[in-house]
Design a protein around this ligand. Structure first.
Ligand SMILES: C[S@@+](CC[C@H](N)C(=O)[O-])C[C@H]1O[C@@H](n2cnc3c(N)ncnc32)[C@H](O)[C@@H]1O
Length: 246
């Protein structure tokens, strides 16, 4: 990927988060009426990756945790207090409006997952939610994350995945710059199988997997036939993986 393409994705990402946290532009979340509601909603969303594999937040008590691509708030902010590190390349930008929301106890670093300023085997567990397809070099990020996580450490992972046709359309869009097939935030696209393969090659063994797909009828009715066709072909779902560092 070119540096320009990554910068384009990150610019869009920065606007998206700022709009959410300063103007409550949060998409189709009809019951989110305030920033406090949004924080609660995020907490529920982050917990799905634990729920599927039988973990509660208390499991993190006494364990050191790193989160890659935390966004402005982050799953680590919703865990019991402890050794918590959140990493995001946009952290400086988030700091401009997020300071009132941030609680003590989370160390927030401005860095890319491809190059973590942290020692080997520093953490017991890692979290990566909705980040992999945003990164510049997904393979490098996963290898770096394996480096800073101890052997036997867990990775709680979530990313949207597509059908093979959906991935093919996204790749064509990227290669030929066909705007209608591209998603500005997501320079990469994965099927769950290709994500699991990439994980394995970076030192992460799959221990559990789950998929979910939600649909709000009111939103679905607003889609044009083209929108519905695209949805069908993309076959998008949220993929959750529990991985162990080999
Ligand atoms: C869609 S947001 C997800 C934020 C949060 N995890 C959540 O689910 O609410 C994707 C995040 O990944 C971050 N990101 C993009 N490239 C990255 C990279 N190379 N290393 C680490 N994080 C990255 C973005 O800055 C952005 O904050």
């Amino acid at each position: 990927m070119t540096p320009q393409r990554f910068a384009e994705a990150q610019r869009a990402e920065a606007v998206h988060h700022r709009e959410a946290w300063t103007h409550l532009h949060v998409g189709p979340l009809p019951h989110v009426q305030s920033i406090v509601d949004y924080r609660y909603w995020l907490e529920s969303y982050y917990r799905t990756v634990l729920m599927f594999f039988g973990f509660g937040v208390e499991w993190f008590q006494g364990r050191s945790v790193i989160e890659i691509g935390s966004g402005p708030f982050g799953a680590v902010a919703c865990l019991p207090p402890g050794d918590r590190v959140a990493v995001d390349p946009l952290m400086d930008e988030f700091a401009e409006y997020m300071r009132p929301q941030w609680t003590d106890g989370v160390v927030r670093l401005t860095a890319r997952g491809e190059c973590l300023p942290l020692p080997d085997e520093r953490f017991d567990a890692a979290i990566m939610i909705n980040c992999l397809d945003h990164t510049d070099r997904p393979d490098k990020v996963l290898r770096e994350l394996a480096r800073v996580t101890r052997r036997g450490g867990k990775l709680f992972f979530m990313n949207n995945v597509k059908s093979r046709v959906g991935c093919l359309m996204a790749k064509l869009g990227e290669a030929l710059r066909i705007r209608k097939l591209m998603e500005v935030y997501h320079p990469h696209a994965f099927t769950s199988a290709s994500a699991i393969r990439l994980m394995a090659s970076a030192g992460w063994r799959l221990q559990g997997s789950a998929w979910s797909r939600a649909r709000l009828e009111s939103e679905h009715r607003k889609l044009s036939w083209k929108g519905r066709l695209r949805l069908l072909l993309n076959g998008e779902s949220a993929f959750y993986g529990l991985f162990e560092r080999t």
